[in-house]
Ligand binder design. Sequence first.
Ligand code: ADP
Length: 449
Amino acid sequence: MLFQPDIERLPLPQLRALQNARLKEQVAYLAARVPFYQRKFAEAGINPATFRGLEDLTKLGFTKKADFRDNYPLGLFAVPENEVARLHCSSGTTGKATVVGYTAGDLAIFSEVVARSLVAAGCRPGMKVQNAYGYGLFTGGLGLHYGAERLGLTVIPVSGGSTDRQLQLLQDFRPEILCATPSYAQVLAEELHRRGIAPEAINLKLAVLGAEPWSEALRTQVQDGLHVAATNIYGLSEILGPGISQEDVDERGTGSYIWEDHFYPEIVDKDTGEPVPEGQPGVLIFTTLTKKALPILRYWTGDITHLTYDHSVKRTHVKMGPIRGRADDMLIIRGVNFFPTQVEDIISQLPHASPHYQVVVTRQGSLDEVAVHVEVAEPLLRALGLAATPLTATHVQQHDALRALQGTFAKKIKDNIGLSMRVFLLGSGQLPRSEGGKLSRVLDRRAER
Ligand code: ADP
């Protein structure tokens, strides 16, 4: 089942024609209403009256998060305040939150693309969904909520956190679907296990996870721990919120469909801003095609991924790969660039390591140092009689299996990333867990003395 088969399977030439027409409309609309874009058009020598659509788009510079901050709070809005039906803020992961707004029509589209995403994730009308995304200014909670209602699901609006209550509701209301950040789904899977509740005792079948980068290793952990098929949902407030792209449950691991009738994607080089060849990684850029309250042209998401046009089986829309991190998250240590999520990929190859890790960056004199802290997998801890103890360096020295894990991990990091990192092994629960929202796996202590 597809939610909107006609649009999701629209043949490519027609999809491009639709995008072109909508983009021209969006440009004319902005030219008449938003001083920020009027200036941008003038600077780029673009005459909105003769703008040709997609082929002229790259003439225009990017819109960046700083532009939102400079026009705080509502300076980029294209409608009077009394036409704004709802305001949200981005979660402020990388600085001051940005304010975004929606007309009633924008909210209808928001619900439509979320409903479309949920169907791709395997959800069907009549199912129940436990929505553990945070409700409030964050777009995740309400975004998923109204999309789920639009599809005809029964929504349990529990919001993020309150793990006891989450587990109780999973058992009492028996929802088939969980929506959460992947790091919080990981917490729920772990708690279920810790409390001896068999995954069969709950009724979950699907998990729709997003709002932060996650790896295949984490997918496996959540799928096994909760007995679900877990798919990726992606989005950002500046463009809309969740539901900009979504993985199909039958095509897991091949990328997430971008709903191209509403959001036009590009991938550009993070340094030059020039388009990169198909399949190559770069910064994801989005242009809204149908927004009314806050249309945005060429938004620099900072997220690094690639696009693929060739794996589309069920739909014609393009797929994006997983987000390895934001350009801002990329660490450059002694000349080597890497994303913390690369460490997660290596952990997945180590049977005795758990997927709980933290990358800690410090400065020793003028040199940056990276250490990886990782929790040892529980079965090994139990076998060594260390299940309930915080691990120390002495424990590691005393046990061959721990020393071997430490050595193999450090070697794999050196071989794969090209950088030496100290590895610290920890016991269960020693690293921070998601409290219901996004979890940062990097601790940058370079500014500390
Ligand atoms: P903020 O930018 O302050 O975190 P948002 O809540 O709008 O606020 O978050 C959007 C960002 O979250 C995206 O730009 C991206 O970095 C991250 N994100 C959202 N969904 C995913 C996902 N499925 N995979 C990886 N990262 C994601």
